[in-house]
Write a protein that binds this ligand. Structure first.
Ligand SMILES: *[C@@H]1O[C@H](CO)[C@@H](O)[C@H](O)[C@H]1NC(C)=O
Ligand SMILES: *[C@@H]1O[C@H](CO)[C@@H](O)[C@H](O)[C@H]1NC(C)=O
Ligand SMILES: *[C@@H]1O[C@H](CO)[C@@H](O)[C@H](O)[C@H]1NC(C)=O
Ligand SMILES: *[C@@H]1O[C@H](CO)[C@@H](O)[C@H](O)[C@H]1NC(C)=O
Ligand SMILES: *[C@@H]1O[C@H](CO)[C@@H](O)[C@H](O)[C@H]1NC(C)=O
Length: 392
């Protein structure tokens, strides 16, 4: 038994000590050559990774290429991680011959064209990273979806992908990181998303519609949601801040008109940061936010919020106190509690209808709105003045 184990250990050692010793599988070597051949030669700078891939020698990729690939002990290409040297060209379909590939990272280049359908054969693929290239077409051809069951990371941000986010994406149940930011995606959110998502980034697209509870309530692992810079509208509903694992929510630069915050009620314990800036949100600053114990960063800049800064944000804040508070560009009134200004906070209370905010403090710039604007906002809308001092 012991001898057996020793033998096994030696085998393991051999595998890990000489990972590059094996001659590259011939199909893999041919596919790598085809990949290099598909890259426009003038886009390959002299000292880049691809320049060093010399297939004209009897050189073997797994044993002699010093960068850009890594191989398994049996001579299969396991990862391609190219340098961002500015390579241009279209991905050849034959890349699917690299059947053991688990990582394909081409980020920060000028690769263009559509993602080849043949990528669907890469059933061992765990990480697909095409960030900052010039890919076009649909993010993922529907033929993709059956085989990529190992895919954990799909990062396609900063390209020119267009079309809808297909609901069939949710069949890729291993995906935990989905980043489709800064493309030209349109339409509403799909009716479902991959169930094990941890990070969802759809920032900077042309997405429309509402943030639908039925899409998110099954995402029990979701920690980060970034939908900023789209055209979402309607109400930000109370369930959102209470997703079980949620830490960061960014809905800035959309057209949300209403924000409802439910009492934390034992959920949302890990919520650290919320940004709903640059929307059309009316109503008051939600006092219930003070009940979220880890919430330290709040941005509501440039909305249509009225009323006072809730007293709950100070003394009654559950757990950690606010450390970043951007409330600028609303119609908040009343006195800014001195504790907020003196307490080493980052943020802004400027461009509101507040009083007691000394311009000498960086927190108070830009200056408050002119008195006539504040008066017109707080009179004639049926709101009682209740003896509140406008102070402007
Ligand atoms: C890709 O694999 C197929 C099947 O093994 C083979 O017929 C074809 O020649 C390969 N292509 C290249 C460029 O190696
Ligand atoms: C590859 O290596 C051969 C032999 O050293 C050399 O003649 C050739 O110029 C190299 N090709 C490239 C593209 O560097
Ligand atoms: C999935 O991969 C298998 C081989 O690994 C292939 O025969 C099949 O066509 C692939 N499915 C799709 C939808 O590409
Ligand atoms: C929310 O999504 C579900 C499922 O896609 C759909 O049936 C429902 O109509 C959507 N609700 C709204 C208000 O769009
Ligand atoms: C929203 O847009 C404003 C103005 O263009 C910009 O300053 C801010 O950084 C944006 N916020 C986010 C989260 O994208």
């Amino acid at each position: 038994m012991i001898r057996h184990r020793l033998h096994f250990a030696v085998l393991l050692l051999l595998r890990f000590c000489s990972p590059a010793a094996a001659i590259t599988d011939a199909t893999d070597a041919a596919a790598l050559a085809a990949l290099k051949a598909a890259v426009i030669p003038s886009s390959i700078p002299p000292f880049s990774c691809l320049a060093s891939w010399n297939f004209s020698l009897a050189a073997d990729p797994c044993t002699t290429f010093l960068c850009g690939i890594s191989c398994s002990a049996d001579g299969r290409v396991a990862a391609i991680v190219l340098d961002g040297a500015g390579y241009s060209g279209e991905l050849p379909a034959v890349i699917s011959n690299l059947s053991q590939l688990h990582t394909l990272d081409l980020s920060n280049n000028f690769f263009r064209g559509t993602i080849p359908h043949s990528l669907a054969f890469l059933s061992n693929l765990r990480s697909l990273v095409f960030t900052s290239n010039r890919f076009t077409g649909p993010i993922i051809p529907s033929s993709f979806l059956t085989n990529l069951s190992s895919l954990q990371t799909l990062e396609l941000s900063s390209n020119s992908f267009s079309g809808l986010i297909p609901a069939s994406l949710s069949s890729l149940s291993a995906i935990s990181i989905l980043d489709l930011s800064h493309n030209r995606l349109t339409g509403p959110l799909p009716s479902s998303l991959p169930p094990n998502l941890i990070t969802l980034a759809l920032r900077g697209n042309l997405l429309t519609g509402i943030v639908n509870r039925s899409v998110f309530e099954s995402l029990v692992s979701l920690e980060v949601i970034d939908l900023s810079g789209n055209r979402f509208g309607g109400e930000i509903e109370g369930w959102l801040l209470r997703l079980p694992k949620i830490q960061q929510i960014n809905l800035a630069n959309n057209s949300f008109a209403k924000w409802e915050v439910w009492p934390a009620g034992g959920r949302g314990d890990e919520l650290v940061a919320v940004d709903v800036g640059f929307n059309l949100i009316q109503g008051q600053l939600p006092a219930n936010l003070a009940g979220y114990p880890s919430l330290v960063a709040l941005t509501v800049s440039h909305n249509r919020l009225r009323g006072v800064i809730p007293w709950q944000y100070l003394g009654q804040k559950n757990g950690a106190s606010f450390r970043r508070l951007f409330l600028d560009g609303n119609f908040l009134y009343g006195r800014v509690p001195p504790e907020l200004i003196e307490g080493g906070m980052t943020g802004s209370f400027g461009d509101n209808c507040l009083e007691g905010c000394p311009l000498a403090s960086a927190l108070c710039s830009p200056r408050q709105k002119p008195g006539w604007i504040c008066k017109s906002v707080y009179s004639g809308d049926g709101r009682r003045r209740q003896g509140d001092t406008m102070g402007v």
